[in-house]
Design a protein. Structure first.
Length: 112
């Protein structure tokens, strides 16, 4: 039984190390959650305004907003989407990101 637990721990540890090495060079979770929240807010704003003003759709203002957010946070667009693709393949880590985004959103709504 003891060997079984030791073997299980060793396997889990090696999997965890393998995942972190795949993600190395990626965007840190703290930066990702801020960027994702800002992108979500930009999408919400774009959806509301473009429902009233259809020229926003023709001008593709949402893409302009995205690039401004990436520039402001000093994040490369390609690297961001590569990180999102990685996280989508690893649902546990993706859930951690989305929970962090949710908590950040809640904190921003609470008046200080």
């Amino acid at each position: 039984m003891r060997n079984y637990v030791s073997g299980l721990f060793l396997i889990l540890f090696s999997i965890a190390c393998g995942r972190s090495s795949q993600q190395s060079g990626g965007i840190p979770i703290d930066k990702m959650k801020v960027v994702v929240l800002q992108l979500m807010k930009a999408d919400e704003h774009y959806s509301r305004v473009s429902a009233i003003d259809s020229t926003w759709r023709m001008q593709k203002k949402n893409l302009i907003f995205y690039q401004q957010i990436f520039d402001f946070n000093k994040v490369d667009r390609a690297q961001f989407y590569k990180q999102i693709e990685y996280l989508e393949k690893n649902p546990i880590e993706f859930k951690v990101l989305m929970d962090s985004v949710n908590e950040l959103s809640k904190r921003e709504k609470i008046p200080v």
